[in-house]
Design a protein around this ligand. Sequence first.
Ligand SMILES: [Zn+2]
Ligand SMILES: [Zn+2]
Length: 167
Amino acid sequence: MIINIKQLFTGKADVLDIDCTLDFSGFEYQNNRPFKEPVRVSGKISASAGIVVLNAVAEFVFHCACDRCLAEIDKPMQVPISHDLVTSSTEDDNDKLVLVENYELPLDDLVLEDLILNLPSKNLCREDCPGICPICGKDLKSGYCGCRSDKIDPRFAILKQLTEQTD
Ligand SMILES: [Zn+2]
Ligand SMILES: [Zn+2]
């Protein structure tokens, strides 16, 4: 979706309301399709004192897999979409600043970029998810399997240590 924001730069308008849904259902991330449903974006683009600012929020359900047991998780999320829009590049280079060419703002690209930056890197179906048994592969949420821990394959023992350290 391209939004033409010329009128904000020429002074013909002060505010442009944004209320739309974007379709990122085909987007793949870490072997998942995190945005199965449309992403709703609402907010506004406003001009004041020569500065054009985009302030919006993206609401969506983030689909991912539990890091420990791979169960599917649906996590409702809100991500702020906040940028200063400029039509020519300046010395001041920061990630809030977006260069808009020909007054055409590609909202899809901008929103998708912000969503990816804000996706949680750790996902658990629940805080104390016990994961799966490294020996038999049983989902330990539904009860322990009876495998003896002293039989743990040394390769898995290292993995286990690593996951415990990063928690
Ligand atoms: Zn889990
Ligand atoms: Zn087991």
